[in-house]
Write a new protein. Structure first.
Lengths: 476, 359
């Protein structure tokens, strides 16, 4: 093949494995065609996307297998175990840490064919889907029936339910509706030994540690999620949009802290730093803008919006009306600048971390300063989103036009992770680990934490069949 | 040269996007195959142009698996970009190399022999006036639709010249086959057919014909000095003139949005206005309007590979069946034919009995 790989090439599969898998899924659903191998070689790990312009790909799978059912996945996983062929599960391929890159000559298990809406229980407010459904289509199915899942990540149009579960994803409306771990009540998982685990949907249980939490953030290393039951909400009766200009990041973070302490639960809260405000709202310019969307049942929403307004004003916030919210709603999926910069040699990426309120503002200052100090940096900007009563997620976007792209990329990540850890933050809020963040894992979890994770992996998947080189073991 | 560079930059951007439109792509959804998603198609096109691909036949074959429906353009994060242009360019390359799929080859051969994709057929040329009704190739095969249209035109009271059949075709099958020269000749012939009849406006049932004779002809440098109107626009004008009898009906209707009608012509609202004005209860499928899915219309030659149609059509039928409507209606004769399993009707057939005849 003329494309070049820089992490691992495709492997040679045992003929017996190929024959068996073809029998399981049918010839049409087993591919070693060049076009398929290239298409499943990379997810949305942005440094990889940058290199892909020159035909450089991180790794090629040795085959792409597209099952149609959990039973087929069980049979494939058993067969892979027998022949010791590693498997990389592939959902929407929108992960930004390389979690779906087929390292070590693995086969790709393409889950996009399993994408059906299965059931809506309006009484219990839960809905069941196959894990390969795209986020936007999951929401279209629910909206059509008068409901919403309330999970709208920026990858909404290209990520799957299974991907959300596997990375512990969070959406833009998370402050009210929660993150994916708050939404999933039950799931069906194919385990590394090929057995099927059914976690029935109930509001809560007390029967030992929560098994579903092994797969919420498991990144396909501990099992393959095939279907899930999630909570849903009636479409909101009222939506109130508000925005305020506050004098500083510190002040804005404190205002949101007070609002959440007062039990208000806006669906969307975002604090944009001066650089992001200028990009989003040129009419306002370099100021700290905070936007809120309250939505839901009319009376509660009216009250929610009133509490937000009162606290923001009492804290010196100047209302900037609905317009910034509308602008954000319009631009929130526009990732168009990244590819344009990459065409001109630019390196672009995002980093999301989290911290308690006591550290949140300093985390922003230190992280942005450290990333800006890296040679080749062009722009570093940030916003807070995904708020809790206790703290928030800080989301940083960086771009540089460096002489040495890899050096710049590595140094910028190192700077961000170091500043985060020094400010008692977590190295990831919702993008996960993939392969790229493994290098920081021990600093986050400690040696005991990593050992525990490795023990869990070894107990469930002793041969390391599932998503080898991601989350737990090394792969760089 | 500068234009070429600009175009190259556009597809290179698409090849590095996160595939933000793929949730809407019917061929990707029906097959669950990442390779058919718009961004992956773009990456492969870029790789082919840069010489990074080894298996050119695999690549060129893949280019005939797009529905060319325009969902990706509709939902693109970039303005002024249409992936279909680049897929068409790749098809032209395949055509020049003689490596087009068998289905497409047969259709082109038929076209070359008879001047249309259907085969031998009678010329239709009747009526007078400067308003024309062009019988598209897919309408020509549909006797029920032709009968309803005849009645609608007659009751409308307008003098309308109907023409079609024989070798009169917009050239879409050649365009989608990548036969650039053949398409140019077909479009010049179509232009001559229109000009020879001194028409000022033309009503057409087929959204693909409408798109071809407007946007695609223009891009090919062929200008038509005539107003092209889709049938729903004509029916809407009757509605506005109070020419439709608006009686309350209890039957429920599901409208299947033809992809080109919704994505390219932007007419998704019009058929709904007509159906609800007639008193029918409109039952929307989950995927409708700007989220519609292509029917898999291989008869329209957009999808060159019947295996893909075999995946897309059942998906769309299933989506439509879920509404449980009494009547299924569309505004594309190809969609009507492809989705015939659910007794699909063309919108003219629904409204024809409601037209108040002009005295």
């Amino acid at each position: 093949m003329k494309v070049k790989t820089y992490m691992s090439g495709g492997g040679i599969l045992p003929p017996g494995f190929i024959d068996r898998v073809r029998q399981i899924v049918g010839d049409e659903h087993f591919s070693q065609q060049e076009s398929d191998l290239i298409s499943y070689s990379l997810d949305y790990w942005l440094y990889g996307v940058f290199l892909s312009q020159k035909g450089d790909l991180p790794a090629l799978p040795s085959a792409v297998i597209s099952p149609a059912s959990a039973a087929q996945i069980q049979a494939i996983v058993r067969c892979a175990g027998e022949y010791r062929v590693p498997i990389t599960p592939f959902g929407g391929g929108s992960g930004v840490l390389g979690g779906a890159i087929p390292l070590n000559g693995s086969v790709v298990l393409n889950l996009q064919g399993m994408s059906r809406f299965l059931d809506l229980d309006e009484l219990s407010l839960v809905a069941e889907f196959e894990a390969g459904i795209m986020g936007a289509n999951l929401e279209l199915e629910l909206n059509h029936r008068g409901y919403s899942a309330g999970n709208v990540p920026q990858s909404f149009f290209c990520s799957t339910l299974g991907g959300w579960i596997s990375t512990r994803a969070a959406g833009q409306f998370s402050t009210k509706y929660g993150k994916i771990e708050d939404m999933v009540l039950g799931m069906e998982v194919v385990l590394p030994d090929g057995n099927l685990l059914n976690i029935k949907p109930v509001p809560r249980r007390s029967v030992g540690p929560s098994l579903k939490d092994l797969f919420l953030g498991g990144e396909g290393t501990l099992g393959i999620v095939t279907r899930a039951t999630i909570s849903v909400h009636p479409l909101p009766g009222l939506t109130v949009k508000q925005s305020f200009i506050l004098p500083s990041i510190e002040k804005a973070v404190d205002v949101v802290r007070q609002i959440l302490r007062a039990e208000a639960r806006p669906a969307v809260v975002r604090i944009f730093d001066e650089a992001e405000s200028e990009r989003y709202f040129p009419g306002i310019g370099r100021k700290v803008v905070t936007i809120f969307i309250s939505e839901g049942e009319t009376e509660y929403t009216t009250l929610d919006a009133r509490v937000i307004r009162r606290i923001s004003r009492e804290s010196g916030g100047k209302s900037s009306g609905e317009e910034p919210v509308d602008i954000w709603l319009q631009k929130r999926f526009d990732i168009g600048l990244g590819p344009v910069l990459m065409q001109y040699g630019g390196i672009v990426d995002t980093i999301e971390v989290s911290a308690l309120f006591k550290d949140a503002a300093k985390l922003y200052r230190d992280t942005v300063a450290a990333m800006k100090a890296v040679e080749g940096a062009l722009e570093v900007s940030g916003h807070y989103s995904h708020f809790y009563r206790e703290g928030a997620c800080l989301y940083i976007t960086f771009a540089g036009i460096p002489k040495d792209p890899l050096r710049y990329y590595q140094d910028t990540w190192d700077a961000a992770m170091k500043a985060t850890l020094q400010n008692n933050g977590s190295i990831s809020h919702h993008h996960g680990v993939g392969f790229w963040r493994i290098q920081y894992l021990e600093q986050e979890l400690g040696a005991s934490g990593v050992r525990l994770l490795k023990s869990i992996k070894s107990a469930l998947d002793p041969e390391g069949i599932l998503n080898r080189g991601k989350l737990i073991d090394g792969g760089r | 040269m500068a234009e070429d560079k600009k175009e190259t930059e556009k597809i290179a951007r698409c090849a590095m996007c996160a595939d933000m439109c793929k949730y809407s792509c019917p061929t990707y959804l029906a097959t669950g195959r990442e390779t058919l998603s718009p961004q992956k198609m773009a990456r492969l096109i870029v790789y082919d142009e840069k010489g990074f691909l080894e298996d050119e036949k695999d690549f060129l074959d893949l280019m005939f698996r797009s529905a060319m429906c325009g969902a990706c353009r509709k939902h693109c994060i970039y303005d002024d970009y249409d992936l279909r242009k680049f897929i068409h360019r790749a098809r032209a390359k395949a055509f020049a190399k003689g490596v087009i799929p068998e289905d497409v080859r047969k259709r082109v051969d038929t076209f070359r022999k008879f001047g249309n994709p259907n085969g031998e057929r009678e010329l239709v040329d009747k009526g007078t006036g400067d308003t024309g009704y062009f019988i598209s190739c897919s309408s020509y095969k549909d006797k029920d639709l032709l009968k309803a249209t005849e009645k609608m035109l007659s009751k409308s009271g307008f003098t309308i010249r109907q023409f079609g059949g024989d070798d009169i075709c917009c050239g879409a099958p050649l365009y989608y086959a990548g036969d650039v020269e053949g398409f140019k000749q077909a479009s010049l012939k179509m232009k001559a057919e229109i000009e020879g009849r001194h028409l000022h406006s033309i009503i057409i049932d087929c959204p693909t014909c409408v798109r071809m004779m407007t946007e695609t002809y223009r891009q090919a440098g062929i200008g038509l000095d005539v107003e092209i109107m889709h049938t729903v626009q004509f029916i809407e004008s009757l509605l506005k003139q109070g020419r439709l009898g608006l009686r309350k009906k209890h039957a429920s209707v599901t409208f299947h949005d033809p992809c080109i009608l919704s994505y390219d012509l932007g007419l998704a609202g019009m058929p709904r206005d007509i159906i609800t004005a007639l008193g029918f209860n409109l039952k929307e499928p989950v995927y409708s309007g700007e989220h519609t899915h292509c029917c898999g219309g291989a008869y329209g030659a957009k999808i060159g590979d019947h295996r893909l149609k075999d995946a897309v059509t059942p998906m769309r039928l299933n989506e439509l069946r879920q509404t449980g409507a009494d009547i299924y209606v569309t505004a594309c004769p190809t969609c009507k034919s492809v989705l015939s399993e659910i007794n699909m009707k063309y919108i003219t057939e629904l409204v024809v009995e409601k037209i108040v005849a002009k005295r």
